[in-house]
Structure formats: C-alpha cells, structure tokens
Design a protein around this ligand. Structure first.
Ligand SMILES: *[C@@H]1O[C@H](CO)[C@@H](O)[C@H](O)[C@H]1NC(C)=O
Ligand SMILES: *[C@@H]1O[C@H](CO)[C@@H](O)[C@H](O)[C@H]1NC(C)=O
Length: 144
C-alpha cells in the first residue's frame, strides 16, 4: 500500500498543465524575459500554441521524430528518445526529461534553440500565432 501511494505521488508530480500566470512567473524567474531579444509574452504565446501549457505533451512528426513537452522540443535535433534515426541531441538530454514538471532542463534547452539555431523561428506555433502580433494578453493580469 505504501508503495502504491508512493507511485501515485510520483505520477501526480510528473506531468502538469500549467496556469498561464504561474508559468509566466517561472519563466520570468528563469531569465526568459529579454533572453536574446525575446519577451516573456513571446514565450507564453509559444507554449500556449505548441503544448497548451501541458508539460507532458507529445506529438509525432511526419519524419518519424517526436516533439516533447511545453516547448515541443524535437527528437531529431534537441533530445534523444532512442528511436529517432540520426538524432543530433543538441541539448544532450533524454527526451523524457523534457516531460516532467521540473521544467528547468526544458528551459535550458529552449534557450539553446534560440541561441544556437533560428531564434524563435523554428517553432511553428510561434510563427503562426505569435510573430508580429500584440501579445500583451498572454501576460495580462500576471503578478511578475
Ligand atoms: C497532456 O498531454 C498528455 C500527453 O499527450 C495527455 O495524455 C494529457 O491528456 C494532456 N493533458 C491535457 C489536460 O490536455
Ligand atoms: C530515457 O529515460 C527513460 C526513463 O528513465 C529510459 O527508459 C530510456 O531508456 C532513456 N532513453 C535513452 C535514449 O537514454
């Protein structure tokens, strides 16, 4: 019984759908606002459209790779899931690490994408729904 309770607690802690302002606070504390010219609103909008704030979001791509977590980081370029051919694993991380409510590794990896690759432009959610728009509503009402 104790083992079962422990397992349930682990499961409860491992996946999370964030509240918008809760996430804004975490990302702000992690130095995302102003990181390489990005804004906090860019990040909240990006996450909204990539994962709908769900840290355990997983989606498959046509090329056989998979996108993981809040930022939908891709297994061909950024993490290793053991089943994507020719993975570059640019963030040197197991993809499953990007799916938990400890979002530090995902934040570090997302910053690397911005720094080393195509800034925010590699995220289709950002390109299609955030780029060039008024994003103030994404952080409206948040106490930062
Ligand atoms: C979060 O994503 C997981 C994995 O795709 C899914 O099973 C779960 O239903 C999602 N949660 C919500 C609230 O959408
Ligand atoms: C990633 O971690 C999971 C869970 O710990 C493990 O089962 C899997 O083998 C790991 N994958 C790789 C590619 O290291």
């Amino acid at each position: 019984m104790r083992g079962l309770v422990f397992l349930l607690l682990v499961a409860a802690a491992s996946a999370k759908v964030y509240q918008r302002c809760e996430l804004a606070t975490i990302l702000n504390d992690a130095g995302m606002d102003g990181y390489r010219g990005t804004t906090l609103a860019d990040w909240i909008c990006l996450i909204k459209w990539e994962s709908n704030y769900n840290s355990s979001a997983i989606s498959g791509n046509f090329d056989g790779s998979t996108d993981y977590g809040l930022f939908q980081l891709n297994s061909r370029w950024w993490c290793d899931d053991g089943k994507t051919p020719l993975s570059r694993n640019g963030c040197h991380v197991n993809c499953t690490v990007l799916l938990t409510d400890n979002i530090r590794p995902a934040i570090v990896c997302a910053k690397r994408v911005v720094r080393d690759y195509t800034w925010l432009r590699s995220w289709s959610g950002w390109r299609n729904y955030c780029m060039g728009r008024d994003l103030s509503s994404y952080i409206a009402g948040c106490k930062l």
